[in-house]
Design a protein around this ligand. Structure first.
Ligand code: CNA
Length: 390
């Protein structure tokens, strides 16, 4: 995929380009050589909620017969394999997404989130002007505030990172409604996976099961020496952080919590679940992220064509700059073909829904529309567990 750095490391500078199409070409000669992209489309239809159960079963049976040479495909079948899927949502907003969930079409929801979901807990995000962590790092006169998460810079001067770590270290904050909404999705049996970029581990405190969470940029749950690789406990690092000391290894180098710095590889779980989960996803909810950091940001382009996506954020991010082409034949394909940009600028868009505002308001509105409003409020108001594990 074009969204992936070849070395699979985090890169904040890559902004996603348009993804190549995953659509099927219809053969001009009417033969049954429908091509491997049509097989991809078949797989996608079978994996997604776009076709009904009956359509899926019929399609699979006929296709298997075709593959084993027992029959040829009809014109309609070939057309079905290449046609754009039906309109995904009744409206590109919270009400449309709620209707989609209520209709039972969302059974494998993936949530992707970032620092914005923890802002109301008191943890600043990176990039919001005036309050973000990068703004607060001005006193270090760094050439670029992102250097604080550069592994080379950390080896030279770990102090800015340690200071920043103190401000978002797990154990000091209460999860937000956005975290509890993810748990609610899980309790309603709808959560396939929660891909978080956050390192504050508020997901664990909110009670989202660990196996449902992918800490895409690592966490404070473990730590290693950057030179000899010796492992240290999170308690060791925690004590140092809160006594304003550096955690130093017995070899003399600095110890770093296992959060992913720019230039470092993401955890294996990220790639495993990226490949396993996204083809099954039937609704993507993206919350509180600027979608600036790759390869995470490119995940939005990994759901099947036409699979609805909801962005809940203070600002519009990753939007396609222009409306789709005016060509009548191309427009439907273009509209529902998955790319790593949202189609908010398309006035006919019924696939990418937007709630622009605080995450907590967005999830409360969605929970209300689903009839889960009180459940969310009660969960948010309940006392925290005594000893949540990181
Ligand atoms: P970012 O680049 O700072 O973007 C945050 C996004 O959230 C922006 O688009 C904001 O407009 C939006 N936002 C801010 N507040 C709210 C709110 N209340 N409701 C809705 N939207 C809001 O952060 P990203 O997560 O996109 O960048 C990825 C980095 C940030 C990851 O590597 C994280 O590790 C890192 N980070 C994590 C934390 C944390 O763990 N809480 C805090 C700060 C940074």
């Amino acid at each position: 995929m074009s969204d992936m750095n070849t070395d699979n490391t985090v890169d904040p500078n890559i902004v996603e380009e348009e993804q190549p199409a995953m659509d099927a070409e219809e053969p001009d000669d009417g033969s049954d050589d429908i091509g491997s992209d049509a097989l991809d489309r078949l797989q996608m239809l079978l994996d997604s909620a776009i076709a009904s159960e009956e359509e899926r079963a019929q399609l699979l049976t006929r296709f298997l017969a075709f593959m084993s040479g027992r029959r040829t495909l009809t014109y309609e079948e070939r057309a079905f394999l290449s046609k754009p899927p039906p309109k995904p949502l009744i409206s590109a907003d919270i009400a449309g997404v709620a209707e989609y969930i209520r209709s039972g079409r969302a059974k494998n929801i993936i949530v992707m989130c970032g620092a914005g979901i923890s802002v109301s807990a008191g943890i600043p995000d990176f990039r919001t002007p005036g309050t973000g962590l990068y703004y607060n790092l001005q006193k270090y006169n760094l050439e670029d505030p992102q250097m604080v998460f550069s592994i080379d810079y950390f080896r030279q001067d770990p102090k800015p990172f340690y200071e920043l770590a103190k401000g978002l270290y797990p154990g000091q904050f209460h999860p937000t409604k956005a975290h509890y909404f993810v748990r609610l999705l899980h309790e309603h049996g709808l959560l396939l996976r929660d891909f978080t970029q956050n390192i504050d581990t508020l997901e664990c405190i909110a009670g989202i099961p660990k196996e449902k969470t992918v800490f895409s940029h690592g966490s404070f749950a473990s730590a290693h020496c950057v030179s000899c690789g010796k492992e240290y406990t999170p308690e060791f690092v925690r004590k140092k952080v809160f006594s304003d000391e550096l955690a130093v290894c017995e070899c003399g180098a600095c110890v770093k919590p296992d959060i992913v710095f720019f230039g470092e590889k993401l955890p294996d779980a990220f790639f495993h679940h990226m490949v396993e989960d996204f083809p099954k996803c039937d609704l993507l909810i993206v919350m509180g992220t600027s979608l600036q950091v790759q390869p995470f940001a490119g995940l939005i382009g990994r759901v099947g064509d036409g699979v609805p996506r909801l962005l809940i954020n203070m600002e519009v991010v990753a939007a396609k700059p222009v409306p789709p082409p005016a060509d009548a034949d191309e427009v439907e394909r273009y509209r529902y073909r998955t790319s790593s940009k949202f189609a908010f600028n398309d006035p006919e868009n019924l696939r990418d829904a937007l709630f622009m505002g605080p995450c907590d308001d967005g999830v409360q509105a969605l929970a209300d529309a689903l009839g889960w409003g009180k459940e969310l409020q009660d969960m948010f108001g309940a006392p925290l567990p005594e000893n949540p594990s990181l």
